[in-house]
Design a protein around this ligand. Structure first.
Ligand SMILES: [Zn+2]
Length: 174
């Protein structure tokens, strides 16, 4: 398989509600973001997807966070009881939450490729500093609401296995 990785960064402020310590005060980071996509095969020109296209998609996703205060920009889902307010610290713009949010946004932005079985989002890593990063991935999970994607993924793997089997059979014949 092929794992393609691109990187970009954005500058943004944040603060952590409910945190005892320096991070409770607003401060800034240059957040480095690394995104990997996975594919089983290349297409025309020996490429999976043009890096240029991937970079453009990532830049667009990151643009709304650049030079912002993340606490004012991020949209986290409400909890099961719909009580987003009472559990607000859970939805702080931490590196963990930012990876999950950006992963979801990229998954949507890359649908043109995933639906065509070309490649799928593999992981998103965010560095808050050069010594601290968080990686998020949903690969291998069949999340309920992501059924369509999961089905596409299964069909993709099945098709790949069939092609491999056919190749092997062809090999045996000759
Ligand atoms: Zn921070």
């Amino acid at each position: 398989m092929f794992l393609l990785t691109i990187e970009d960064e954005f500058a943004a402020a944040h603060y952590l509600e409910g945190y005892q310590g320096a991070c409770a005060a607003m401060h800034g980071h240059t957040w480095k973001v690394s995104v990997s996509i996975v594919a089983q095969e290349t297409r025309d020109l020996g490429m999976v997807v043009d890096f240029k296209d991937l970079k453009r998609i990532l830049k667009k996703v990151l643009s709304k966070y650049d030079h912002s205060c993340l606490n004012n920009v991020i949209e986290m889902p409400k909890d099961e009881e719909g009580e987003a307010e009472s559990s607000r610290p859970k939805y702080n713009p931490t590196a963990e939450n930012m990876t999950r949010i950006i992963y979801g946004e990229l998954e949507e932005a890359l649908q043109q490729f995933s639906k065509a079985g070309i490649c799928e989002l593999w992981s998103v890593t965010i560095w808050e500093s050069s010594q601290a990063s968080c990686t998020y991935s949903r690969q291998g999970e069949d999340v309920g609401e992501e059924k369509e994607v999961a089905t596409t993924k299964k069909a993709f793997v099945k098709d790949m296995l069939k092609r491999k089997t056919d190749e092997l059979r062809e090999g045996e014949k000759s």
